[in-house]
Write a protein that binds this ligand. Sequence first.
Ligand SMILES: Nc1ncnc2c1ncn2[C@@H]1O[C@H](COP(=O)(O)OP(=O)(O)OP(=O)(O)O)[C@@H](O)[C@H]1O
Ligand SMILES: [Mg+2]
Length: 249
Amino acid sequence: MEKPTLNKPIIIIKDLMKSYGDNNVLNGFNMELNEGENLVIMGKSGSGKSVMIKCLIGLEEADSGSIEIMGKDIMALEQEEMDDLRTEIGFLFQGSALYDSMSVRENLEFPLRRHTKKFGIIEDTTPMVVTALKNVGLENAINLMPNELSGGMKRRIALARTLILQPKVILYDEPTTGLDPITSKEIIMLMQSVQEKYKTSSLIITHDVDCARVIANRMILLVDGINYAEGTFQELATSKDPKVQAFFK
Ligand SMILES: Nc1ncnc2c1ncn2[C@@H]1O[C@H](COP(=O)(O)OP(=O)(O)OP(=O)(O)O)[C@@H](O)[C@H]1O
Ligand SMILES: [Mg+2]
């Protein structure tokens, strides 16, 4: 799935550095996510992919560098401004992170109740909850509890919860990990249909080469804390660089 990316950047990361003690995780990572594109980041386990995404949404503070989201320098934002910006950024956690004590309906209502600025206070959330569930093909699951869902269903519900605030950007951390190949494929198709329907920009972190092949308009390989290589799937998959080749074996 390749298309020209002439659109303007919606996220710009420059020279991001982040260490934990003497573990230098990010050593000057650079990235631009353009409007409407699917950008895949690959990196081996422990390379700092989740740390990077956490810096992006303000769950971790970078040591230095800059992060601009929709023209705003997030390191300079007040808490309230950051909260507003977060309604434009959907984040699908590694795993699914549903609230186990809440039903599917309550899980989906949660962001609507928490971020009342974007849509105001909604008297009857049912139509929005049902639409979000329809988008992921699970409208019948509305009254189930998370422990009654399979792994793939949980992932879909988590995506529905992310979509309910109609974000401009979706960050996916390992959306297919732990799923069987068929369910993985379903999730990938869902990600594509969401992107076509809502014209979102997506940042997808994955180890899954098949996922990258299908969904990436462009890819970045995170190696040694930097954006080591960039290009289309085809360009990277045919690279002669051994560090790049290692990803495609
Ligand atoms: N809160 C933390 N405190 C200390 N070290 C941390 C913390 N979070 C992450 N790290 C370290 O940062 C490094 C990168 O972790 P990260 O979770 O970003 O890896 P990853 O690329 O997402 O790996 P995976 O593919 O397994 O999810 C690891 O060495 C990890 O131990
Ligand atoms: Mg991770």
